[in-house]
Every structure is written in C-alpha cells, then in structure tokens.
Design a protein around this ligand. Structure first.
Ligand code: 13P
Ligand code: SF4
Length: 319
C-alpha cells in the first residue's frame, strides 16, 4: 500500500471528492479518464473517452496539469503531445499487457528485419516503441488510416495480433503481425458467451477488436470503446452483451438507463475476471494524492518524445 494513503485513515477524515475538485481549480488541472476506470473516477473527470479522444484532449488542453486516469502509455501520450504540461498518473504501475508484449529492443530488431514494411503500431505500446514506428493507430482510427496507405505498401502491425488480424479481415490488407495480446480481452470464453446468447437470443454482442477471432465471430458489432458506447443509445435492443472491459457499462447505462447491459463472461462464467488489473490500480484516493503532491509525474526522454510525437502526429492528421 502507498505509504501516503495511511494519511487518509487518520483523523480528520479527508473529503476526497471535495479535495479533488478544490485542487483541480488551484492547480489549473484537467482530469482525463478512460472508459475502463472505476465509475467514481469517470464521474469526477472533466472528460471521459477512448484512447483517440483522450489524445486529442491532451493535445488541446489549456490546463497546466493533466491528471490522467488511465494506464501509463496513455499518460505518456499526453506528455508527448503536451510536453510543457505536468502530467500525473495516480499509480505509475498502471501498465498494459500489450505494452509489455513489445519490448522496445525486440521491436527495433523486428523493424530492422523488415525495412520495406511501414510500421503501423497500436497506441497500446511504450513511448520507445512509438518512437520506432511510422504511424500510430487506435482501434477507432485504424481502418481510416489504413485506407490512406498506398495498396502496394507493405505493412507490419504491432503489438496486438487480434486487432491486427481483424484489421486485415476488414481492409483486405495483408499485414505482418507481432505476437502480442491483451490479457483482459483474451479471457472471454466462447462457451460461456454462447450460453449467455442462448439465454438472451435477441441481444446483440458488442465486442472490442482486441478480442480473439472466435469471440469476434460471435459479435454483431466490433469497435473501439467509443463505438461500443454509441451502440448503447443507437440500438433499439433492450438487452446487449458487452465483450470488453466491463467498466464501460457505467457510461452505457448512463446513456441508455432503461436498457440492460451484460458483461461477457470469462471461462469461470463470471465477468469479474475481465476487469483490467492495471486500470484498477488507479483509485479516487490516489487521484487526490497525485493532485495534492503533483507526483508521480510521467516523463519521456526528449529524443524519444520527439520521435514518438512524429508517429502520433501522423495518426492525428490521418484520423
Ligand atoms: P480504446 O481505444 O477502444 O479506448 O481502447 C483502449 C484499450 O486499452 C482497450 O483495451
Ligand atoms: Fe492494456 Fe488490455 Fe488493460 Fe487495455 S484492457 S489497458 S489493452 S491490459
């Protein structure tokens, strides 16, 4: 446990939400949160979005401090795009299994082995891997970006093999795929999802493209978190089955209060195992502490930042 958190246990009690609001004004800070964060974090944030929307917000903000409630690679993107801002992350250990599956030195070797390939890289990677890439994509922007790449240009895609395979199917483009995956989206069980479908035969399955193909084959809609959220209000269906990190259901429920959203189960039939353990490291208390102490800060070495910004800028221009 963070030693600083012990302070919260001792009297007088801290009004954590009130303090977050007060410190936000005092610091001229903006709180950005991803849809996979706990509901109380989403509700106190100034903006909740998918990875592309959060990158755009981070690039455009006038605030002096960005308190980023998401995982580390997302906070790094904020720092890369807004280097003059102080970027704080409630818990610096909030990593990502996709980022871990592409160590920078191995990725650089892969690139060098395929010099005629354009490196199209999913935003879920380290700043160092972004610096070695040509164009960054998110799941909401990838198809649009691929459509702008000349048909005869060879492409390599890292680090998510499932998203890469899905993009290949959608665009008809052959891509050399890195062998990485998300531990959260890999846990959905086809058998359990089929059982749930049998229980709710009319309910559409909404899935994130980080899911393996066997899950995507059962989906009625495949898209980024922002797209899945849009389905909540756009579809008339009273019940929908959601195959992505279940905290997004908080926003879906707010967008369509009369409908029922059920998280797709893992192998044990319980959807709890599909929570992202990295996102869960951020708590309201740690958000308060990071706004109070302006630590932990997210830093990116300047040479890496400049190179990574080039590939991110291409994404922002092409998306
Ligand atoms: P989105 O870009 O769809 O928000 O996805 C981010 C992510 O980490 C999914 O696991
Ligand atoms: Fe990374 Fe998966 Fe968590 Fe998204 S859900 S942040 S891809 S570990």
């Amino acid at each position: 446990m963070d030693a600083r958190l012990n302070l919260l246990g001792s009297a007088p009690a801290v009004d954590v939400k009130g303090e977050i609001r007060r410190l936000k004004q005092e610091r001229n800070a903006v709180i950005l949160a991803h849809y996979y964060q706990a509901p109380e974090i989403q509700d106190i944030a100034d903006f909740v979005g998918d990875s592309l929307d959060l990158s755009r917000k981070a690039a455009a903000t006038e605030a002096d401090v960005i308190a980023f409630c998401g995982v580390k690679f997302m906070a790094e993107v904020a720092k890369i795009l807004s280097p003059q801002k102080t970027v704080v992350l409630p818990d610096l250990k909030a990593g990502c299994s996709l980022e871990d599956s592409a160590p920078p030195a191995e990725f650089a070797k892969f690139r060098r082995a395929h010099p005629d390939h354009l490196a199209l890289t999913y935003i879920n990677c380290s700043a160092a891997v972004k610096a070695e890439s040509d164009i960054i994509v998110t799941s909401s922007s990838a198809e649009r970006i691929i459509a702008q790449i000349p048909a005869d240009q060879k492409i390599l895609f890292a680090p998510d093999k499932h998203l890469g395979a899905w993009l290949s199917r959608r665009t008809g483009r052959e891509m050399l795929l890195w062998d990485g995956s998300c531990i959260v989206h890999e846990r959905f069980s086809v058998t359990e999802l089929l059982k749930l479908k049998a229980q709710y035969p009319d309910a559409p399955v909404l899935a994130h493209p980080e899911c393996p193909a066997a899950i995507l084959d059962l989906a009625d809609y495949v898209g980024a978190t922002s797209g899945i959220l849009r389905q909540a209000s756009e579809r008339a269906d009273p019940v929908m089955l959601v195959a992505t990190e279940p905290h997004i259901i908080h926003q879906m429920q707010k967008a369509a209060p009369g409908k029922l959203f059920i998280g797709a189960p893992g192998a044990d039939g319980n959807c709890g195992c599909n929570m992202c353990p990295y996102m869960a490291l951020n708590t309201l208390e740690k958000l308060y502490l990071c706004l109070r102490d302006l630590t932990p800060v997210v830093e990116v070495p300047e040479d890496v930042r400049v190179a990574a910004k080039a590939s991110l800028d291409r994404m922002l221009a092409m998306a």
